[in-house]
Unconditional design. Structure first.
Length: 332
């Protein structure tokens, strides 16, 4: 089993999970092309976190049987190419569920309570008057509808949290079975359009697929009630950040919280207008945008879960006939 990113100091956890059933080889590379041919030739299982896996990369692994993406998203892997080679692709969908859900709700609450506005105002020289700031984002939770796009593990955890804060909660997810809403005590929208039209806060929790890429574009944002808040802790390309820039600039969207951007890290490509305005402290954006660096999952406990659960998933793929968390090639 090859672990090419070497994020941890040793292989004690992996060795304990495999219990001698496989040899763990750890390397520290920034991309798979840096690996020696000998390592590639000997590899049955490949565990990746930030690396991308292309068809050309796969051609270097003649024995490869399984790839485990050490996280939820699997868009970094050329899955049709893996399927053509008979290589299983698995992910680890349950390592940071609570952290990402907490982060999404924290972003929404920070915007809806005006925390950034007041924080910035009280740090000015001289500080702002000791008084409230009137802003359209600041609203009572019980008067607001919290809309969730995608009711998977994280979306469900967000629904429970938003409901606990007093929001009316509604979701859209055509892949969830009938009655999912009844089990959670929330509402279900029959379409994306119906979800958007009642979304005072929109929180995105879908995987990045052909269907969801660019799903929340300018037309979708225009369907939101004026003064809505948008939160994305899923994948950057689901949300058109140029359209979000315009919706924030004209006031239709009151605030946004983004843990993900279309290109990451953002300076590895053209910098979006929204990020440029944010970095320039544009007055019109003051207190209305929060950007975190794809860190919603981050806790020491989550990092430990990533490690252990990834090794367990690889063990199931290589050493048992019951693989876990298998991603089908058509799931894109």
């Amino acid at each position: 089993m090859l672990y090419p990113e070497g994020m941890y100091q040793d292989d004690t956890v992996e060795q304990a999970v495999f219990a001698g059933g496989a040899r763990v080889v750890m390397r520290r590379t920034t991309r798979l092309a840096e690996l020696d041919d000998a390592d590639c030739a000997a590899t049955d299982g490949l565990m990746i976190f930030r690396h991308h896996v292309s068809a050309a990369d796969l051609a270097r692994f003649p024995r490869l049987r399984a790839i485990v993406r050490m996280g939820v998203g699997y868009d970094r892997i050329d899955r049709p190419a893996a399927a053509a080679r008979g290589v299983l692709v698995c992910n680890v969908p349950d390592y940071g569920t609570t952290e990402v859900a907490d982060h999404a709700v924290a972003l929404a609450l920070a915007l809806r309570r005006g925390l950034l506005l007041h924080h910035a105002a009280q740090r000015r020289d001289p500080p702002a008057p000791w008084s409230v700031i009137e802003d359209p984002a600041i609203r009572r939770a019980s008067t607001q509808t919290f809309a969730i796009l995608g009711l998977g593990r994280i979306g469900t955890a967000v629904a429970l949290r938003a409901r606990a804060f007093g929001h009316r909660v509604v979701f859209f997810d055509p892949y969830r079975p009938n009655g999912a809403e009844l089990a959670l005590g929330i509402d279900r929208a029959p379409s994306l359009e119906a979800l958007l039209e009642q979304a005072n806060t929109l929180s995105i929790h879908t995987p990045l697929t052909r269907e969801t890429r660019g799903m929340i574009d300018g037309a979708a944002l225009a369907r939101l009630p004026r003064g809505a808040v948008v939160v994305n802790t899923a994948r950057g390309p689901i949300l058109d950040v140029d359209a979000l820039h315009d919706a924030l600039r004209d006031g239709h969207v009151a605030g946004a919280g983004l843990d993900v951007l279309p290109i990451e890290p953002p300076d590895s490509g053209p910098v979006p207008r929204l990020l440029a305005a944010y970095r320039a402290h544009a007055p019109w954006l003051e207190g209305r945008l929060i950007i975190t660096p794809h860190s919603a999952f981050h806790t020491p406990e989550a990092w430990a879960d990533i490690r252990r659960k990834s090794a367990e998933t690889m063990r199931a793929a290589l050493l048992t006939n019951r693989p876990q968390n298998v991603i089908a090639p058509e799931d894109d």
